[in-house]
Ligand binder design. Structure first.
Ligand SMILES: *[C@@H]1O[C@H](CO)[C@@H](O)[C@H](O)[C@H]1NC(C)=O
Ligand SMILES: *[C@@H]1O[C@H](CO)[C@@H](O)[C@H](O)[C@H]1NC(C)=O
Ligand SMILES: *[C@@H]1O[C@H](CO)[C@@H](O)[C@H](O)[C@H]1NC(C)=O
Ligand SMILES: *[C@@H]1O[C@H](CO)[C@@H](O)[C@H](O)[C@H]1NC(C)=O
Ligand SMILES: *[C@@H]1O[C@H](CO)[C@@H](O)[C@H](O)[C@H]1NC(C)=O
Ligand SMILES: *[C@@H]1O[C@H](CO)[C@@H](O)[C@H](O)[C@H]1NC(C)=O
Ligand SMILES: *[C@@H]1O[C@H](CO)[C@@H](O)[C@H](O)[C@H]1NC(C)=O
Ligand SMILES: *[C@@H]1O[C@H](CO)[C@@H](O)[C@H](O)[C@H]1NC(C)=O
Length: 269
């Protein structure tokens, strides 16, 4: 699919979500009921927020829209727009059943006890999400590269979890992203560049294991720099290359960027 075809498909999808009743796509509505049933079933709810409010027995038009944390496109139509389940003490894994909420644009699961890895195919579960807030849970593992396919993301909040590894550079392709926070995790490596029109600053990355990279953080040896050195080597400036390599190594030793430095040396060989 070309980009324009994808944009068109997305616009059509949003149109369908808005005018579901006119288009009479009634099985779409059943799918959202299945979605919430599956979420309730898959999450542990020790304080009973969902088991009292999320009652599926009274199956009237738009009944799920009155559930705690559920916001619909229309109040009288079972089609979920936003799901806000923060501060509920919920436990369990990221609920895959959310895939059946096909018109979801906002998901807030912040301040719970959710754990496990984030789904590697998360973009297939929430493809149209514009706000994703998973702040303050116990998610671990890597940030899935798949998030770069959630092309409508404006807000991506992942702070206060146990995420490790690198931030996928592909996240820099999220052109609509305005807010991003991965602070208080255990991330390392190079930080992506998100373009000029964001509110992203060094604050978005604080308290991680070892993140680096301009323009938000201190520079680290990016692949680009390595290629530059490689180029000058091919140019025959061997002495200059050795000197610059040694000074780069020295600088990184002084900044105690030991891991980054070792990475650099292994690349150098
Ligand atoms: C909801 O869950 C709590 C805690 O497990 C339980 O004590 C309570 O009886 C449940 N309420 C209903 C209506 O199922
Ligand atoms: C079902 O929901 C409707 C609308 O919220 C309400 O008027 C009705 O009393 C409910 N019925 C039962 C059996 O709970
Ligand atoms: C979505 O709902 C259908 C029908 O209830 C079910 O078979 C399917 O497993 C659900 N998908 C997910 C990802 O839970
Ligand atoms: C994300 O969730 C946290 C915790 O509930 C909240 O403080 C924060 O304002 C939320 N951020 C956004 C952008 O919604
Ligand atoms: C993004 O979606 C495309 C098309 O569905 C797929 O081919 C690609 O593998 C996905 N990328 C990631 C990183 O998941
Ligand atoms: C950033 O914003 C300016 C002014 O609103 C706009 O002209 C420019 O195209 C935007 N750049 C990107 C990369 O979105
Ligand atoms: C990111 O979250 C941290 C708390 O975890 C907060 O101190 C910081 O201000 C936030 N940064 C942005 C840019 O929202
Ligand atoms: C960084 O972590 C320390 C120790 O856990 C904490 O006291 C501090 O508030 C955190 N800083 C931010 C900006 O979240």
């Amino acid at each position: 699919m070309t980009l324009n075809a994808r944009v068109f498909a997305a616009l059509f999808h949003i149109f369908a979500c808005l005018f579901l009743d006119i288009l009479e796509i009634s099985n779409g509505v059943q799918s959202d009921i299945d979605c919430l049933k599956s979420i309730k079933h898959s999450l542990e709810d020790p304080y009973g927020y969902l088991n009292t409010s999320w009652n599926f027995n009274n199956n009237t038009e738009g009944f799920i829209c009155k559930f705690t944390g559920v916001e619909c496109w229309h109040p009288d139509e079972n089609k979920v727009l936003n799901l806000r389940l923060s501060d509920m003490g919920l436990r369990g894994r990221f609920p895959r059943g959310i895939k059946n909420c096909t018109c979801l644009t906002g998901l807030d699961l912040s301040n719970n006890e959710l754990s496990g890895p984030l789904p590697f195919d998360i973009a297939e579960l929430v493809p149209f999400v514009t706000t994703l807030n998973l702040s303050s849970n116990k998610f671990f593992g890597e940030i899935p590269m798949s998030l770069s396919n959630c092309t409508y993301l404006n807000v991506l909040i992942l702070d206060h979890n146990h995420l490790t590894g690198e931030i996928p550079p592909e996240l820099g392709h999220l052109v609509r992203l305005k807010q991003f926070n991965v602070s208080n995790n255990m991330l390392s490596g190079v930080v992506p560049y998100f373009g000029p029109n964001t509110s992203i600053t060094a604050d978005s990355f604080v308290n991680n294991t070892k993140l680096c990279g301009a323009p938000y953080l201190e520079p680290c040896p990016t692949p680009k720099q390595r290629r530059k050195f490689d180029f000058s080597f091919k140019g025959g400036f061997q002495v200059g290359y050795a000197v610059s390599a040694v000074s780069v190594i020295t600088i990184f030793m002084f900044r105690s960027h030991y891991v980054a430095c070792m990475n650099y040396i292994s690349e150098f060989r």
